[in-house]
Design a protein around this ligand. Structure first.
Ligand SMILES: [Zn+2]
Length: 455
């Protein structure tokens, strides 16, 4: 993801009524402990968000689902975890020092700051004054800090604006230690930082974020075909983990949008609460990155082909997406408000079981002391297999609703029949609300059957 992220590209078409609005989602996330504003008790910090107890589980699940499909289940992929701090020359080679910039303007009247390319007129959105904007200045989006005790230019380093560079600079290390043959890819998940002028739209655009990136190295003549293959693999991943196909579309970049080194880029766009916008970019980057890093480092970054007896600079396909943006897509996609048979509103996150933060909730029918030992025993059995919650507060109906709202696919209820008669419990499914009774002895197997594709 070398290109700046551009405008939010929200489409001008009206938001269809079945897409949840952002305020509802933000409120749910705060109320239930998915996502909090950073440093909230101090008034918050713009462009940074904290993941709460449910958010951290869900985020981990998103990353695991990606890693599982793109690394563990394939025989042509390996992973790395590079440092956030890198040699400053890396960013000269990659072009970030020169060109990773956005045009910025200030309002002379109220000192508000905007991205020039996001303004639609000369009226300040904050104070309403006309014609008060300064000339646009280019602003580098990399966050800077200093290494060591002396804060001067020689000590300046950057918080990486993308994880991809960590893969390119380790190309030779990975190649020699794994003895890979082309084609092969390297995956990485990690934090990146961009000093966005106007962070906004909840976790859609933030200054600190997490990326999941792949650099897939192939023979130059195979790059177009490999690019197509990655597009279809990535679309299949979204389908596998339950993203609605109607809210996904592929947008190939126009010729004039492409970086000079890229022969093709396609954005996977999702219909967010703010409209259609980029969820993932899949770029054919040619041999630009390896060539640049070879030039600036003075090291040979090529691949020796035993059969062809020649050195090749591989071409690279880069599927790249943000974890936070992906979280937003999963949350928005799964959100639903239904009316039950009593005419009451039921809020449900229809999350795929692999993505849901809690897989199973164990609910004794009441806090009656006869039920507690058995319910605790059931909880202990299930907890060792999956992320499980125990809840015995308030009525059973309200507890089902609480679990629906956080996307828990299965509830297990322990009642008096369990302890007095049959040593069996009820499994209740989130989506269908169907209930089935199973013996405690067979419970783990019965749950496993229903938790499809949970890693
Ligand atoms: Zn103003």
């Amino acid at each position: 993801m070398t290109e700046t992220t551009g405008g939010d590209a929200a489409s001008t078409t009206a938001r269809p009524s079945d897409v949840v609005d952002m305020e509802t989602l933000i409120s749910l996330c705060k109320r239930r402990g998915f996502i909090f504003q950073s440093s909230e008790i101090y008034g918050g910090l713009q462009g940074a968000w904290d993941y709460g107890p449910l958010g951290v589980e869900m985020k981990r699940n998103v990353k695991d689902a990606w890693w599982r499909a793109n690394v563990r289940e394939r025989d042509d992929m390996v992973g790395i975890d590079a440092a956030i701090l890198m040699h400053p020359e890396v960013w000269r080679a990659s072009g970030h020092l020169e060109t990773f910039t956005d045009p910025m303007v200030d309002c002379r009247n109220c000192q508000s700051r905007y991205r020039a390319d996001e303004l639609t007129s000369d009226v300040c959105p904050n104070c309403g004054q006309r014609g008060q904007f300064t000339e646009p200045r280019m602003f580098n989006l990399m966050l800077r800090t200093f290494l060591g005790p002396v804060q001067d230019d020689a000590a300046t380093v950057y918080l990486r604006p993308e994880t991809a560079a960590g893969i390119f600079v380790n190309f030779e290390n990975v190649l020699t230690t794994t003895r890979r043959k082309l084609p092969f890819g390297v995956a990485q998940i990690g934090k990146s930082f961009r000093n966005e002028i106007t962070p906004k739209n909840f976790i859609f655009r933030t200054r600190e974020f997490e990326q999941m990136e792949i650099e897939y190295f192939c023979y130059p003549e195979d790059s177009a075909r490999t690019h197509e293959q990655w597009i279809s693999d990535r679309m299949a991943w979204y389908a596998r983990f339950g993203i609605k196909s109607a809210r996904l579309r592929l947008r190939p970049h126009e010729q004039e949008e492409l970086s000079h080194y890229s022969s093709a880029t396609s954005d996977v766009e999702y219909e967010f609460p703010i409209g259609w916008a980029e969820l993932e970019g899949i770029a054919n980057r040619g041999n630009f990155d390896l060539t640049q890093h070879a030039k600036f480092s003075g090291k040979d970054l090529n691949y020796y082909d035993d059969e062809r007896k020649e050195h090749i600079v591989p071409h690279v396909i880069e599927p790249s997406l943000g974890v936070d943006r992906c979280m937003l897509a999963f949350l928005a996609d799964s959100y639903d408000e239904e009316t039950d048979e009593k005419g009451e509103k039921r809020v449900v996150l229809h999350l795929h079981p692999a993505i849901a933060p809690i897989k199973v909730a164990v609910l004794p029918l009441s806090r009656n002391e006869k039920l507690t030992p058995t319910a605790r025993d059931v909880y202990a059995r299930v907890r060792s297999h999956w992320m499980t919650q125990y809840d015995d507060a308030q009525s059973i109906g309200r507890r089902y609703r609480r679990q629906d709202e956080i996307g828990t696919p299965l509830c297990v209820t322990v009642d008096f029949q369990t302890v007095e008669e049959d040593q069996a419990v009820t499994i209740r499914e989130r989506d269908s609300m169907a209930q089935v009774r199973v013996p405690i002895e067979g419970l783990v197997d019965a749950l496993r059957e229903r938790l499809v594709d949970v890693g």
